[in-house]
Design a protein around this ligand. Structure first.
Ligand code: MN
Length: 533
């Protein structure tokens, strides 16, 4: 029995697995990452569950008054049994009558570091743990100290915050009630939960999605809503996906015409963002996004924009990067609903580049990305030769991935990966595959870093597998006449003589996805191990 298995014994013993024949609590995620979560849990009594990832489980304390930044507070923290990692981001309802029955929100999350020790499990065993939190609400140095046992034998600890730079006298967790995962309160989650936690099932299958739609906010706008947008003057307010968005300069031309089909206005881009939302949001939700903005149209130079502006609406989700150095972006938008996509279009964010990692662990990618970046002398047929070589290599390795035209001249291949890899892992893996492919067609590929030394050849760019390096989102528009779009395709389509990287535009891609779907969609979230090379 592994350490993690051993530590989950108590959790399992509280649950009745008789309803299922499946083995309980297998498949623990990789060790090494250190995340923390605080869940606000209304069960028999309201409390906050502080959970620290230690050796493959969530070491847990129930804090009745909640953790605080107030350095004077000494909060009771009852040490409860370790929880499985699968519980980390659970938000929803635990049915009445089951262990912990009530409602749960993800009140805070982030990363943590043990202080004064390299052996946090040992420190917990010894009854004193000093640690630093970097969350969205909590930060700074905390201390957990064991004091006593209660009548039922549970260990009573004290949780306190050191009087450091992050301390806030009088800070009360109840003044900050909203979930960092969904922006919702416990009441709102209890009323319309997205998930149930079946305490009676093994952890790997205990979170059960509920509700008529997994993501009700990802429904495309109704015909009536679209008519309202069309009827607006040059500016106005549009209510879509439950939020009101202020729209401006709707008839401004953002993209010149192409193929005789007329220029593309900001209203057209907004309409497109709203309609493509159900297909595009799975690639954006839960990730910081880097914006390539062209507010004066794609004829003018665009610019990168990352910091969310102060006038952004409060419902636009955001992520604060606590590691930002002075002058670096601190607060990124997280696009996770239709209205947010609409707001981005109005903001002139023509290209959306989501991070390869998901919150809260931005150092851990969920995709390995292959970027076939053509040089001036690279014909599209050469790009296709390279893409087919990747296809053969991935097939040979038994790795699932899907190609995507960039909407400009290139092709990318997106490979979903299991949790636990670092960017070093994915970068090295993609580099190895790419070097092998490059060796078979040396006349097509350059490994020179500098563009002007590449002699016009293609670059197999593995370096985008890094934190805060990004590729354009599937279904994002590109800054070119007619508003071409980056579109995932099936491998067979590489052999379609009509294929071009910029074949589809915001005017034609909706018909395609409504008929053919999105071949990359089944790979979203797939926990795939990368084979050793
Ligand atoms: Mn609890």
């Amino acid at each position: 029995m592994s350490d993690a298995e051993h530590r989950l014994e108590a959790y399992r013993s509280k649950r009745d697995f008789s309803v299922t024949a499946e083995p309980a609590g297998s498949g623990i995620a990789p060790v090494g990452s250190r995340r923390f979560v605080v869940q606000r849990h209304r069960a028999r009594r309201r409390h906050y569950d502080l959970r620290l990832e230690v050796d493959g489980v969530l070491a847990s304390w129930a804090v009745p008054k909640g953790p605080t930044l107030d350095p004077k507070a000494r909060q009771l923290a009852v040490h409860v049994e370790d929880h499985p990692l699968e519980y980390f981001d659970f938000e929803g309802v635990i049915p009445k009558g089951q262990y912990g029955g009530g409602d749960v929100t993800v009140w805070d999350w982030g990363t943590w570091r043990p202080a004064r020790t390299d052996d946090p499990a040992g420190a917990i065993e010894g009854g004193e743990l000093h640690f630093d939190l970097e969350g969205e609400k909590l930060s700074g140095r905390f201390v957990l100290v064991r004091r006593d046992r209660d009548a039922s034998g549970k260990e009573q600890w004290l949780l306190l915050h050191k009087d450091d730079d992050h301390a806030r006298p009088g800070w009360d967790p109840e003044d900050h009630p909203r979930s960092v995962k969904s922006g919702r309160t416990n009441d709102e989650v209890a009323e319309a939960p997205d998930a149930l936690w079946r305490s009676d099932l093994p952890a790997s299958v205990a979170a059960v999605r509920v509700g008529p739609e997994a993501h009700p906010s990802w429904e495309a706008p109704s015909a009536e809503e679209l008519r309202t947008l069309d009827a607006l003057g040059s500016s106005g307010r549009w209510t879509v996906g439950g939020h009101e968005v202020k729209l401006t300069n709707l008839d401004k031309v953002l993209f010149p015409a192409r193929d005789g089909s007329g220029p593309v206005t900001k209203r057209d881009l907004i309409r497109y963002h709203a309609r493509i939302a159900p297909f595009m949001l799975p690639y954006l939700a839960g990730r910081p996004v880097n914006l390539h903005r062209y507010p004066d149209g794609v004829d003018r130079p665009g610019f990168w924009h990352k910091e969310i502006p102060s006038y952004a609406p409060p419902w636009l989700n955001r992520w604060r990067n606590v590691d930002a150095d002075p002058g670096e972006t601190e607060c990124y938008a997280v696009v996770d609903n239709v209205a947010a996509l609409v707001w981005m279009a109005n903001y002139g964010a023509v290209e959306l580049h989501p991070w390869t990692s998901r919150l809260p662990d931005v150092r851990k990618p969920t995709w390995a990305l292959i970027d076939i970046d053509p040089g001036p002398r690279t014909a599209f047929d050469d790009v296709l030769v390279l893409a087919r070589l990747y296809r053969t290599a991935l097939e040979h390795l038994g790795v699932a991935g899907a190609p995507k035209v960039t909407g400009q001249r290139g092709v990318q291949i997106w490979v979903p990966i299991a949790p636990g890899y670092t960017f070093d892992d994915t970068r090295r893996w993609v580099e190895k595959v790419s070097r092998a492919i490059g060796h078979t067609v040396p006349d097509l590929v350059s490994w020179e870093w500098h563009k002007d030394r590449r002699e016009g050849l293609a670059r197999l760019d593995y370096t985008q597998n890094a934190i805060n390096k990004t590729l354009v989102a599937p279904f994002s528009a590109r800054p070119a006449p007619g508003a071409p779009v980056s579109v995932p395709i099936r491998w067979e389509e590489l052999d379609d003589p009509d294929l071009r990287s910029d074949r589809w535009t915001i005017r034609t891609v909706l018909t395609r996805v409504e008929q053919a779907g999105d071949p990359l969609a089944p790979l979203v979230g797939r926990a795939q191990r990368l084979p050793e090379l």
